[in-house]
Design a protein around this ligand. Structure first.
Ligand code: ATP
Ligand code: MG
Length: 446
């Protein structure tokens, strides 16, 4: 009977054949974040709705249109639409900000937004993200941008541009809001309904509207850089200097304002044109006021979120490399009950040693077992039957070369197998000796 319950629109299943792609991104991004002093944090999937209203902002698309909120008894909860709010809440609630600064955390998590599903835009998507709290220095901005860039480079992603902008602090923004208001006021009738409302409350949000008319009108709007106060202007100049010092190419894009209200000063995006309209793979910036807004002290902070699905779309499009999924190291083909029992014991020993060992669980004949081993890409096979058990030795077959080696079925079996396995890996060392993080692969696949 066909299953007539399908997965919800805008969600995806990650199948075993593809999961190594996710592991590649998560592993490499995590390792790089750790090399910059970040540690992993894990936070709840849902939070009190108020947390997002107060941080993401009431006039943003996310809050106005995209949140999944449930009423449970008397309390409103929302599935997290992004990672920063919950992470900062956790840092505050657990006193992390009273410890040595800067505090640096990274996360891999799912986010939920009720958007119109399309390529690169899902209702449940995943982010690799991080937050650094405690530093107001533009060196911290350069550090966080450089971290994102290092991840993209290590994953060998190409043709991706870094856009930066500064959206100032509340002081410079007040003047800018005035200028924006008078600009949009003149064309108010043409704006979408949501933006007409935004005009009073938060005119900068109009620049982030997805409607083509609003975007068109926004093109000639005043730009924030012209309104930066001295401090914000200096901060931005220093950031640019540091990026140049790090050899990181960037373009200043005064149109980037970001879709969440909590940003101040630096905002940035890594954008590619290779995966269609949803080309922003990573977005982030500084949010110096957020921690205070959530009830903490004044602690400047910044971070970014990288969309894993979009990143994988780019990597697939560009034929980037992925860590290879582990194949079966040894498959025991068995004939008869005593052989099955021997295979069980040998597999148990090998697994304790870290090998991937398998034997027949399907009651197949020997030919079908070998076919299965071949199809699933087993590196070695070992045929076990009454003769092998009686003689205490068997033939270990290299499935790639067809070469066979005799191996004793005694208590040195695991060591003997390890030696043969090691020799084979040494022969293919050139494959394993690839750049960067891919180097670890050979060891792990030992
Ligand atoms: P966009 O302008 O594309 O809607 P955003 O400004 O809403 O992006 P952020 O809140 O900054 O996005 O989220 C950070 C990253 O998460 C984005 O750069 C993107 O890679 C990813 N992302 C955001 N929304 C989605 C979604 N609905 N589906 C898949 N990935 C997403
Ligand atoms: Mg969005």
């Amino acid at each position: 009977m066909a299953l007539n319950i399908k997965r919800p629109n805008g969600t995806e299943d990650v199948l075993p054949k593809d999961v190594h792609k996710w592991h590649t991104v998560e592993k490499i991004a995590g390792e790089i974040a750790e090399s910059f002093g970040f540690s992993e944090i894990r936070v709840p999937t849902f939070e009190n709705t108020d947390l997002f209203l107060r941080s993401v902002g009431e006039t943003t698309d996310v809050v106005q249109k995209e949140m999944y909120t449930v009423m449970a008894k008397e309390t409103k909860f929302t599935l997290r639409p992004e990672g920063t709010a919950g992470t900062i809440r956790a840092m505050l609630q657990n006193g992390l900000l009273n410890e040595a600064l800067p505090q640096r955390v990274y996360y891999k998590l799912s986010c939920f937004r009720h958007e119109r599903p399309q390529a690169g835009r899902l209702r449940e998507f995943h982010q690799f993200g991080l937050e650094m709290a405690g530093s107001e220095s533009p060196a911290a901005d350069a550090e966080v941008i450089s971290l994102a860039k290092t991840i993209l480079d290590r994953l060998e992603v190409k043709n991706i541009e870094l856009y930066i902008n500064s959206i100032g602090c509340p002081e410079c923004r007040a003047k800018y809001h005035q200028a924006l208001r008078s600009y949009f006021e003149a064309r108010k009738a043409e704006l979408c309904d949501t933006c007409r409302e935004r005009l009073e409350k938060n005119p900068m949000r109009i620049l982030d509207c997805k409607s083509t008319i609003c975007q068109e009108i926004g093109k000639d709007a005043p730009i924030i850089i012209d309104y930066l106060c001295e401090e914000c202007g200096d901060h931005f100049e220093k950031l640019k200097k540091y990026l140049t010092n790090l050899g990181i190419e960037y373009k200043v894009n005064p149109r980037i304002v970001r879709g969440l209200d909590y940003y101040t000063k630096t905002v940035f995006e890594f954008v590619t044109t290779e995966i269609g309209a949803q080309g922003t793979v990573c977005g982030g910036g500084r949010y110096d006021g957020l921690i205070e807004q959530l009830g903490g002290q004044h602690v400047p902070a910044l971070g970014f979120g990288m969309g894993i699905e979009r990143l994988l779309l780019v990597m697939e499009k560009q034929n980037c490399r992925f860590l290879t999924p582990k194949k079966c190291d040894i498959y025991f083909a068995t004939m008869g009950e005593p052989a099955v029992e021997k295979a069980m014991q040998l597999a148990k020993q090998l697994r304790e040693y870290g090998f991937f060992a398998e034997y027949d669980l399907m009651g197949r004949g020997i030919k079908a077992q070998m076919k299965y081993a071949n199809k699933t890409g087993a590196v070695f096979t070992l045929v076990l039957g009454d003769n092998e058990l009686a003689e205490g030795k068997a033939k270990l077959k290299d499935m790639e070369t067809g070469e066979e080696k005799e191996i004793m079925l005694d208590d040195k079996f695991t060591g003997s197998f390890d030696a043969v396995y090691f020799d084979k890996m040494m022969d293919s060392i050139e494959d394993a000796e690839t750049v960067g993080a891919f180097q670890n692969l050979a060891e792990e696949n030992k």
